[in-house]
Design a protein around this ligand. Structure first.
Ligand SMILES: O=C(CO)[C@@H](O)[C@H](O)COP(=O)(O)O
Ligand SMILES: [Fe+2]
Length: 210
C-alpha cells in the first residue's frame, strides 16, 4: 500500500487550514513537515509552534522531518507538538541509537534520513530498530528541486534487507519519478511542489499511486 505525504513546505502559509483540507480531500494519508534550522541546511522553515497549531485542525499522520543539527535535544518538543513519526538525519550531530531510543520512549515512530551523498549501508545496522527510513532524492533544504536517480539503488538495497519497513522518498517526486520509486520498493512518497502546485491536488496524489 502506497502512502502519499504532501510536504507542507510548498503550501500557502497564509491559509494553512485550506491547505490541510486539500491534503485530506485528496485522500493523502500523511502530512510531511519539514523542520529546518538554518545550520544543518541553508534554510529556515518552521518549528514547534506551527506544528502544535495545525495539530488542532487535523487527524492526519504527522511525519516530521527534522533537518536540524541536534535532533536529540528537540525530539521531545516535537513529540509534544503532535508528531506521530519523527525522522532525523544520520548526518546530524546526535547519536543515532540514543535519538531512536528517545523517540521510542516518547511513544513515537522513529525514522532516519540520509542525504544524497550518504551510502545506504550506514543504515543497515540500525534497520531492526527503525520504523521508517527516508531516502533524500534532492539535497535537503529546499523544495522544487530535480529528482536524483542515485536514490533508487539505495531504496532497493534497503528493501531487500527490510521487506516490511516503510521506505519514504523525498524530493522531486512527480508522476514519473514516483513510478521509479515504487518499482525500487518505496512505499511512502513525499511530494511538495507537485502536490500543492497542482490545479487538481487529488488528481496529483492519485497519479503518484498508479
Ligand atoms: O525535505 C525536503 C526538502 O529538504 C522536502 O520534503 C521538500 O519539501 C520536497 O519538496 P518537492 O521536491 O516535492 O517540491
Ligand atoms: Fe522533507
Amino acid at each position: 500500500m502506497i502512502k502519499i505525504a504532501p510536504s507542507l513546505l510548498a503550501a500557502d502559509f497564509s491559509n494553512l487550514s485550506g491547505e490541510l483540507r486539500k491534503v485530506s480531500d485528496a485522500g493523502a494519508e500523511w502530512l510531511h513537515l519539514d523542520v529546518m534550522d538554518g545550520a544543518f541546511v541553508p534554510n529556515i522553515s518552521f518549528g514547534v509552534p506551527v506544528i502544535s497549531s495545525i495539530r488542532k485542525h487535523t487527524d492526519l499522520f504527522f511525519d516530521v522531518h527534522l533537518m536540524i543539527e541536534r535532533p536529540l535535544d528537540y525530539v521531545e518538543a516535537f513529540a509534544n507538538a503532535g508528531a506521530d513519526a519523527i525522522t532525523f538525519h544520520y548526518e546530524s550531530q546526535s547519536d543515532p541509537n540514543a535519538t531512536i531510543d528517545k523517540i521510542h520512549a516518547l511513544g513515537k515512530k522513529a525514522g532516519i534520513s540520509i542525504k544524497p551523498g550518504t551510502p545506504a549501508d550506514v543504515l543497515f545496522p540500525l534497520l531492526p530498530k527503525l520504523d521508517l527510513v527516508l531516502i533524500m532524492s534532492v539535497e535537503p533544504g529546499f523544495g522544487g528541486q530535480a529528482f536524483l536517480t542515485s536514490a533508487l539503488p539505495k531504496i532497493k538495497a534497503i528493501r531487500e534487507l527490510a521487506p516490511n519497513l516503510p521506505i519514504s522518498v523525498d524530493g522531486g517526486i512527480n508522476a514519473r519519478t514516483a513510478e521509479l520509486c515504487r518499482e525500487a520498493g518505496a512505499d511512502v512518497l513525499v511530494a511538495g511542489s507537485y502536490f500543492f502546485g497542482a490545479s487538481d491536488p487529488k488528481a496529483a496524489a492519485d497519479s503518484l499511486r498508479r
